[in-house]
Ligand binder design. Structure first.
Ligand code: SF4
Ligand code: MG
Length: 308
């Protein structure tokens, strides 16, 4: 029986005190624990940013990659070794700025993996510039003036891109977030979990107190859970185009609600994965994954002859 300590590392954590990232790492560790996933069967990939240090703090295979490039690298790993549980993690700046093209094209493929997006509205590692999810007109304490570009809605963008499991969580509710990440991993296909994350150092707009509604005349949370309102985003019949469009439209409509903000599962559909399609195209990969194939002793003479 694996315990929580099996998913922790001894690496010194240098995130700012009170950062929402701690809640997300706790949630990922709780997820691995609940699923009893052995650390050597899990691979966590990150891009660049505060959130990109996540693989350092979780005992599993980890790869701290390049800015905006986490998704193609995670994709390659999953295709080479489909037996791994693959998690990609990264910030909103990383994933929706420089990495936006990969965000869209990864959604189109329906690779079986989960992407946890740390969404704090700023580029935390580089001193708090407005990130692609900060709305027009907003100004955090780290910005000299208001943002003059509008923000991207990650849930709506995931719907449009083709992710087959789309959810939103909150970093400071790690148990609930873990329950969502468990479902994201169990889902056979591309899962996006947009996590509302507090950055107390640079974002003084979306703080723990703000999410708790401490400034309201009558204090109440600015978040609500979709399932508590009877919402069900799961497509029952994946061959029913009308149902798909209706569920997508409902997910997008909910994703634009701002007060209160919905968290939970917005959309889910069971469809064939990219691995299924690759296995059909290249039967050798369906029989034996790339990591188990002898790629060093292949006879490429017939290929060279064919190209003469
Ligand atoms: Fe967290 Fe913000 Fe500090 Fe980065 S800058 S570690 S996101 S609080
Ligand atoms: Mg960010």
């Amino acid at each position: 029986m694996l315990e929580l300590k099996n998913y922790r590392t001894q690496v010194h954590n240098d995130w700012c005190p009170g950062c929402g990232d701690f809640g997300i790492v706790n949630a990922i560790q709780m997820t691995l624990l609940e699923m009893q996933l052995e650390p050597h069967r899990v691979a966590i990939f990150s891009g660049i940013g505060c959130s990109a240090k996540t693989p350092h703090y979780i005992n599993a295979y980890g790869f701290h990659t390049l800015h905006g490039r986490v998704l193609p690298i995670a994709t390659g790993a999953k295709l080479a070794n489909p037996g791994l549980t693959v998690l990609a993690v990264g910030g909103d700046g990383d994933g929706l700025g420089i990495g936006a093209g990969h965000f869209v094209n990864t959604g189109r493929r329906n690779l079986d993996f989960a992407y946890v997006l740390y969404d704090n509205g700023v580029y935390g590692l580089t001193k708090g510039q407005a990130s692609p999810t900060l709305s027009k007109g907003k100004k955090t304490k780290s910005m000299p003036e208001q943002a003059i570009q509008d923000g991207i809605n990650p849930v709506a963008m995931a719907v449009a891109s083709g992710y087959t499991f789309i959810a939103r969580g909150y970093a400071l509710e790690p148990k609930y977030l873990a329950s969502i990440i468990v479902k994201a991993i169990q889902h056979k296909g591309s899962a996006l979990v947009d996590v509302l994350q507090t950055c107390p150092t640079y974002n003084d707009l979306y703080t723990k107190e703000w999410y708790e509604g401490a400034d309201l005349p009558e204090k109440r949370s600015r978040l609500y859970k979709l399932e508590d309102k009877g919402y069900d985003g799961k497509v029952q019949d994946p061959t029913d185009a009308q149902e798909i469009v209706a569920k997508k439209a409902a997910a997008v409509a909910r994703s634009y609600e701002t007060d209160p903000i919905p968290i939970g599962i917005y959309y889910q559909i069971e469809l064939p994965t990219y691995e299924d399609a690759v296995g059909q195209r290249i039967p050798a990969l369906a029989e034996k994954p790339l990591v188990e194939q002898d790629v060093f002793h292949r006879d490429v003479t017939p290929l060279l002859e064919a190209m003469r």
